[in-house]
Design a binder for this molecule. Structure first.
Ligand code: ARG
Length: 571
């Protein structure tokens, strides 16, 4: 961050903490005035002086005591009314930033803020026995980005897929399989067969209550540990997991922990006992609940003694604390489940769990395709795999049109197509509902993943053509030019954006900074010659391109996108 130079220069002279100074710095109205400005209004009260007088005095002191001027990263400080304007030694600070990026390479961007600490991220977490659909996309994409953002900041990350692998639907599936199951079809495509059975079960059960009853009986047998029921359940889960993993491999996501609702079903009784011991369980219309302030009670046991979603989430939270002892525990689940998580967290608070404050519901809005809200219960389910495949196909068409001789076309098309879907999601505030327009998302122009991926590939192509080896940037006047300086500024801002994105669980802050970087790069290419620049400027700009390539690659990685080379075999 370039502002750090100003903070360091100014801190000894003002009664403010460095972080407070940093927060007050702004961009002057015109770059001719300076690179950063400090408003002195905030000091007027404490120093009992007019802001303009404070600015004049501070400027003089900084100059007199050598906090600015030749040899210092702050080249010039001037007072302009109530503002202090700072001009940086752009050539020197630019070269320093670039050396930093180039020496660290792919280790650049990040910190050790989370060293020795663990973060659990519960994401994806689909209900099994069905193919993954569009509704599972956002959690998976946001969760993956949050995992990488935390990893880059030194955390140990535990990726948890809390499978929805328990519940009455398993009784129905088993009953349907016993009656109408087709082993041949199941051998070919088990998930399709399970989905067929589920639909069929419901259509028959509507007319025939005996069938519904059969489903209930099988679920009861499953709960009681009946071997046949258990075996069929395990088969359904195992096949679902295999299908899920194949979809997830397209998104390059893996998990450390697949303990789902079934796993916690066995631990539920401990939760019930604990709540009862603490006197928190209350009877409410036959059910056992925990009463909470300013929200509906948390349901723990139904009247028939069956446990609920909240019971299992309580069991899971207690277990995760025991096993992983996380500093942060994130639940990347749609905003529709907001109340559920508030109830679960509040119940843990009631239990006096001191770690409950580390639990966060990272909620997100709905995803629409072409303006239509996704309906999961209707027949028109959009499968996740199809969404990705369609985007990959569009990317391939686009690539063929742009550079027919592209090497590794299939690989690049996959990286671009999948990246388009991911970036379309992450560039927007997660709380908002988002629209997915396949053609728009995959376009190489506009605020898209492919635009950023292309910017990266372009850097690599320039560096390849220049045949540069190691770059060791030195201060050069080329860095003072407006396009160069805005690119340097975009680079300098990126680490703070990544840190904020991690802390606030807002990947879009990093995505936005990445777009700014790619845009600054395009502007720079447009304005300043690189390969054809004169010696000196050429090396200086090549170092800028090399550092930008690293930053773009790192940024794409953080968000879960690949950075494929895009090289035309004909050039
Ligand atoms: N399986 C749930 C669903 O599909 C999401 C689970 C989210 N994670 C959790 N710990 N509750 O709605």
């Amino acid at each position: 961050m370039f502002s750090a130079y100003v903070v360091t220069a100014l801190a000894p002279y003002v009664p403010l903490e460095p972080t407070a100074i940093a927060a007050l710095l702004e961009a002057p109205p015109s770059p001719d005035l300076g690179d950063l400005a400090f408003p002195c209004f905030h000091l007027a009260k404490e120093l009992r002086k007019a802001p303009a007088a404070i600015a004049t005095e501070l400027a003089e002191r900084l100059r007199a005591e050598g906090a600015s001027g030749a040899g210092s990263p702050v080249a010039e400080v001037t007072a302009a009314g109530p503002y202090l304007n700072f001009k940086l030694d752009r050539a020197a600070v630019g070269a320093r930033l670039l050396s930093d990026i180039l020496t660290q390479g792919d280790a650049w961007l990040g910190s050790s803020a989370g060293a020795g600490r663990t973060v659990c991220i519960d994401f994806c977490s689909p209900n099994v026995a069905r193919r993954m659909h569009l509704g599972h996309l956002r959690s998976t994409v946001i969760g993956k980005a949050l995992a990488r953002l935390h990893e880059a900041h030194g955390y140990r990350v535990v990726r948890i897929n809390f499978l929805g692998d328990w519940g009455t639907q398993f009784g129905k599936l088993i009953a349907a399989w016993k009656r109408w199951g087709d082993p041949a079809a199941a051998a070919v495509d088990p998930i399709a067969e399970l989905q067929r059975l589920y639909v069929h079960f419901h259509s028959i059960a509507k007319e025939d209550p005996a069938v519904e009853e059969e489903g209930r009986t099988w679920f009861k047998r499953l709960e009681d540990g009946d071997p046949e029921a258990r075996q069929l359940w395990a088969w359904i889960r195992e096949r679902s997991l295999a299908s899920m993993k194949s979809t997830l491999s397209l998104l390059d996501v893996g998990f450390d922990d697949y303990n789902g609702e079934a796993f916690y079903e066995e631990r539920n009784q401990a939760v019930v006992r604990l709540l009862a011991e603490r006197g928190l369980l209350v009877e409410n219309e036959g059910a056992q609940v925990v009463e909470l302030e300013s929200m509906p009670p948390c349901l723990i046991l139904k009247a028939d003694g069956a446990t609920l979603y909240a019971t299992r989430d309580l069991a899971a939270a207690l277990h995760r604390e025991e096993v992983y002892h996380p500093a942060r525990s994130l639940y990347v689940v749609d905003l529709g489940q907001g109340l559920h998580f508030r109830q679960v967290f509040a119940t843990l608070e009631k239990l006096g769990a001191p770690w409950a404050g580390g639990l966060e519901h990272v909620g997100f809005g709905i995803m629409r395709v072409g303006g239509k809200r996704l309906r999961t219960r209707a027949g028109d389910v959009i499968y996740l795999e199809d969404v990705l495949q369609q985007s990959i196909d569009l990317a391939r068409e686009e690539l063929l049109a742009r550079s027919p001789g592209m090497a590794n076309l299939d690989e690049v098309a996959r990286a671009i197509g999948v990246g388009a879907v991911i970036f379309n999601d992450l560039k927007q505030n997660r709380q908002k509902d988002i629209d997915y327009d396949p053609a728009e998302a995959v376009s190489f122009d506009g605020e898209t993943g492919p635009y950023v991926q292309y910017a990266h590939a372009r850097c690599r192509n320039v560096l390849r053509k220049a045949r540069v080896g190691e770059c060791a940037p030195v201060p050069h006047p080329a860095y003072t030019g407006a396009p160069e300086w805005s690119l340097l500024t975009a680079l300098a801002r990126f680490p703070a954006a990544a840190r904020d994105a991690m802390q606030r669980c807002e990947p879009h802050l990093a995505a936005r900074a990445l777009l700014d970087l790619a845009k600054a790069l395009s502007h720079f290419y447009h304005e300043s010659p690189v390969l054809r620049a004169e010696p000196g400027a050429r090396e200086a700009r090549l170092a800028l391109v090399a550092a930008t390539a690293i930053a773009l690659r790192r940024g794409l990685w953080l968000l879960g996108l690949e950075a494929p080379p895009m090289r035309d075999e004909n050039t």
